[in-house]
Design a protein around this ligand. Structure first.
Ligand code: PLP
Length: 415
């Protein structure tokens, strides 16, 4: 068989050193003048495009001979993600999206009837629906709290949470950052409470990972799922599931695939007699990598996480806070209500503001879009979500656009 040279080194060398906070140099074809919508979907960088092109070119020229290159690339991705989370590589499974990660755990726990699951009102539906389905299937009880309570009265909400957990809760599911308000949840305090009362903690990290520092061990997170296309800046249809090593061995998945077991390739690479269906299941997160992976999406994610790792999540967080810190007072002066919390520990990559008439939030997002400022309008908030490529000089452009919309008589007047 022809030896496969690791052309990915060329790609890595080409982009090494290039990402720079506040520079769009790696996004030369991005048409939107001010892109503030990473909370919805990130534009694809040149590095990600090059990585994806390389997968396609590799398979085009070598077919199965290229497979090992992608296997190695995925191990680099696993290392990047583990590094970002302070996890071990064996605790990371590469999956299709956040939902797939949540479903894996919802289908993998040995639920007992009347187990209680704590969910948050106001969460993005991804982190609610699979748990509700598990509740229907297994006769679980759901306990609800308001996500907003942790923003409006954090100490009071933590007290209420403590009371709920003290009554016995099997699992709590929470987003690290709330999608609509950008509230960064008090995960350290919540993790400590969950550990104290024996509650398993599941975190949806898609609005955090890539911009907010996250240490799964320090927070005592048991499971965490995250998609690629927002703050991780990769393509759609790729993601990760973290499973704490101590939990993985106790999972009892209702579904498994040919790659879920130990030594799954033996029957393809060794002498006859290895084709068996009784190989033991893996006892780590990779149990959930049940079939052939999305090598194209994961190659893109490998390239984007390499850039994030190079820049450092702490530096990215500080950069984004400077950016949002410059915009927030200008918007408040214009009459918008800001949802951004006072302390750093409550802040994320999102600044959400509410116009005096919340019904006009979509009209505001559309009017700003027409002025070259891409943002979103989830659930009555206007959401600005810059990332590392956004320059501080863009803030003035946003403020000017807002002033012009107000001067024109409101968002409905601008098309
Ligand atoms: C908090 C949150 N979770 C999950 C998702 C998406 O889930 P999935 O990756 O399964 O599509 C989003 C946004 O699309 C989100 O804001």
């Amino acid at each position: 068989m022809m030896a496969v040279s690791l052309n990915t080194d060329v790609n890595q060398r080409r982009y090494r050193g290039l990402p720079e906070l506040g520079s769009r140099a790696l996004f030369p074809t991005l048409e939107v003048p001010v892109y503030l919508n990473h909370g919805s979907l990130s534009p694809i960088s040149e590095a990600v495009q090059a990585s994806i092109n390389e997968v396609l070119a590799g398979y085009a020229s070598r077919g199965m001979g290229w497979y090992a290159v992608e296997t190695e690339r995925r191990e680099r991705l696993r290392a990047n993600l583990a590094g970002m989370l302070s996890a071990d590589q064996g605790e990371i499974a590469l999956v299709g999206n956040t939902t797939a990660g949540i479903q894996a755990i919802a289908l993998g726990l040995d639920w007992q009837p009347t187990d209680r699951v704590l969910l948050l009102e106001g969460e993005f539906p991804t982190n609610v629906m699979p748990w509700l389905q598990a509740a229907r299937n297994h006769d679980l009880q759901t306990v609800w709290m308001e996500a907003e309570a942790f923003r409006l009265d954090r100490a009071g909400a933590l007290e209420r949470l403590e009371a709920e957990l003290s009554r016995g809760v099997r699992l709590m599911a929470i987003s690290a950052v709330q999608f609509a308000t950008g509230q960064r949840m008090p995960l350290e305090a919540i993790g400590e409470l969950c550990r104290r009362f024996g509650t398993e903690l599941f975190v949806d990290a898609i609005q955090a990972l890539g911009v907010v520092p996250l240490d799964v061990k320090a927070i005592c997170i048991d499971y965490l799922a995250c998609g690629s296309h927002k703050w991780l800046m990769g393509p759609e249809g790729a993601g990760l599931l973290y499973v704490d090593a101590a939990r993985a061995g106790r999972l009892n998945p209702q579904l498994a695939g040919w790659l879920s077991c130990e030594d799954p390739f033996a029957f393809l690479t060794r002498a006859p007699g290895e084709l068996r269906y009784d190989r033991p299941l893996r006892r780590d997160a990779r149990l959930f990598e049940a079939g052939t992976p999305n090598s194209i999406g994961l190659a893109g994610l490998e390239a984007s996480t390499a850039l994030l790792t190079e820049l450092g999540i702490d530096s990215i967080f500080d950069h984004v806070q400077s950016w949002l810190g410059a915009l927030e007072p200008a918007l408040v002066e214009c009459g918008f209500e800001s949802a951004r919390m006072g302390g750093k520990e409550g802040r994320s990559g999102i600044l959400s503001v509410r116009p005096p008439d919340p019904a006009l939030a979509p009209a505001w997002a559309a009017a700003l879009g027409a002025q070259g400022v891409a943002c979103a309008s989830p659930d009555g908030w206007i959401r600005f979500s810059p990332h590392w490529p956004n320059a501080l000089s863009e803030v003035d452009t946003v403020v000017t656009a807002v002033d012009e919309i107000i001067a024109a008589g409101g968002p409905g007047q601008i098309t």
